[in-house]
Ligand binder design. Structure first.
Ligand SMILES: Cc1cc2nc3c(=O)[nH]c(=O)nc-3n(C[C@H](O)[C@H](O)[C@H](O)COP(=O)(O)OP(=O)(O)OC[C@H]3O[C@@H](n4cnc5c(N)ncnc54)[C@H](O)[C@@H]3O)c2cc1C
Length: 251
């Protein structure tokens, strides 16, 4: 894990809601597991005080990028940064997705949950897996790539409807060994149910609001089934990836 101040290489707008933040660093790009994240902050920004977690989106040589949705102060501020501006990064953090090899694999993402999945897809393909990638969003604004099975709620791009509905149909015709997902918890909960009915193991990455990112503040705990009891786990340190079958979802 590194704590570094690094120059922004580029900030590229995807559309009015999303942008890609690019940096370059030899050390940071070594040994990053898909699903890991960095705590990022502009050290010059007084508010918000705390850094924010962002998943690793792409790793290419010494280049590292983050796909970010503008939702509040930090993300809007980061979207306005220019080449050469200094940002502070802590990471890579978290456990990342466990990788399988030579299997039939499903990747499911919803909204900004797409961010960690392209790097995961790359690593799964390198390990000889056959990958089916489904992504869902509210509209075409939440769609990032034409090479995956896109689903939009308003039908403005790809299949019409929820991504989980299309995955369920896909399960009727394709045998899947293992599934990986990241997105809104309502989507993850439905997907875990669909996978449970078919005995498909599913790993979910939870994008909980968190503060410290290193397991010190307990701001991101979730309940996990362990043997016959319920234990608390920290999304930042024990996760963000968990066995979906063990997660106890909030009501
Ligand atoms: C492990 C992890 C990885 C993440 N990866 C990415 C990523 O790759 N790209 C990306 O755009 N975002 C990602 N997020 C979410 C991102 O961290 C938040 O959107 C960010 O902290 C918002 O900061 P802000 O100051 O702009 O907004 P804030 O002012 O902090 O929040 C604005 C609004 O968004 C809500 N909010 C904040 N964080 C979250 C969250 N995690 N889930 C749901 N609602 C939230 C707040 O409750 C508030 O209503 C990730 C989160 C986690 C925990």
């Amino acid at each position: 894990m590194y704590f570094k101040k690094i120059q922004v290489l580029k900030v590229e707008s995807v559309n009015d809601e999303y942008f890609v933040l690019r940096i370059r660093d030899k050390e940071l790009t070594q040994n990053i597991k898909p699903g890991q994240f960095f705590q990022i902050k502009d050290p010059c920004a007084v508010f918000p005080l705390l850094p924010r977690p962002f998943s690793v989106y792409e790793v290419e040589g010494d280049k590292l990028s983050f796909l970010i949705k503008k939702v509040g102060e930090s993300t809007k501020h980061l979207s306005l940064l220019k080449e050469g501006h200094i940002i502070q990064l802590l990471g890579p953090l978290g456990n990342g997705f466990p990788l399988v090899s030579n299997k039939k694999v499903l990747i499911a993402s919803g909204g900004i949950g797409y961010a960690p999945m392209t790097y995961l897809e790359q690593k799964l393909k390198e390990a000889g897996n056959e990958v089916w990638f489904y992504h869902g969003g509210r509209s075409s604004n939440d769609v990032f790539c034409e090479d995956v099975q896109n689903c939009t709620e308003d039908g403005s791009c790809g299949h019409v409807g929820l991504v989980t509905e299309h995955i369920e149909k896909c399960f009727d015709s394709i045998y899947i060994d293992v599934a990986y997902a990241c997105g809104p918890e309502a989507m993850l909960k439905v997907l875990v149910g669909i996978c449970a009915e078919r005995n498909i193991p599913v790993y979910v990455s939870l994008e909980r609001v968190m503060a410290c990112g290193v397991g010190a503040c307990y701001g991101c705990v979730i309940k996990i089934k362990e043997n016959d009891s319920i234990v608390y786990k920290k999304v930042c340190k024990d996760g963000p990836v968990f066995d979906g079958a063990k997660v106890i979802w909030d009501e």
